[in-house]
Design a protein. Structure first.
Length: 145
């Protein structure tokens, strides 16, 4: 343990490429951002899930250029979207501007007070698209009644 106080800025880092030369970045190596809503953990789990699926699809050479290009292609949109959202929320937390504080407070208040919306965002945080799938499933049940 290092003595003394240290300060670490709450900032994010995203590499230009998530896989190359038989190496795939996962977890904190692929995306670093402030610890807001466990999104780093969620992304890391999805990194591993996607990489495992790609390795299974490419059993003869999971580190091949084509396989790693697929990993890079699949992970980039999810990582960039999630990093952008976390960065925006982080900036709103650090902002002294009253409108930003009010917007953040109102948004979090709505999420906290409306359980279906909160559940939707929690599902989306774990697996993008699953919140919409659950929403569509619920609508189908309502239509069938």
């Amino acid at each position: 343990v290092e003595p003394g106080r240290q300060i670490y800025a709450l900032s994010g880092v995203t590499p230009r490429c998530f896989a190359r030369n038989r190496v795939a970045l996962v977890g904190e190596a692929a995306h670093v951002f402030p610890p807001i809503g466990a999104q780093g953990l969620n992304l890391g789990i999805r990194d591993i899930d996607d990489l495992f699926g790609i390795a299974c699809e490419n059993r003869t050479d999971p580190g091949a250029v084509k396989a790693l290009a697929v990993y890079n292609f699949r992970r980039r949109p999810d990582i960039l979207a999630r990093s952008g959202a976390v960065n925006l929320l982080n900036k709103s937390l650090l902002s002294d501007m009253l409108p930003a504080q009010m917007a953040r407070s109102a948004g979090l208040g709505v999420l906290g007070g409306f359980a279906p919306l909160r559940a939707f965002f929690m599902r989306e945080g774990l697996r993008p698209g699953s919140g919409f799938a659950a929403l569509a499933g619920g609508l189908r049940k309502q239509v069938r009644r």
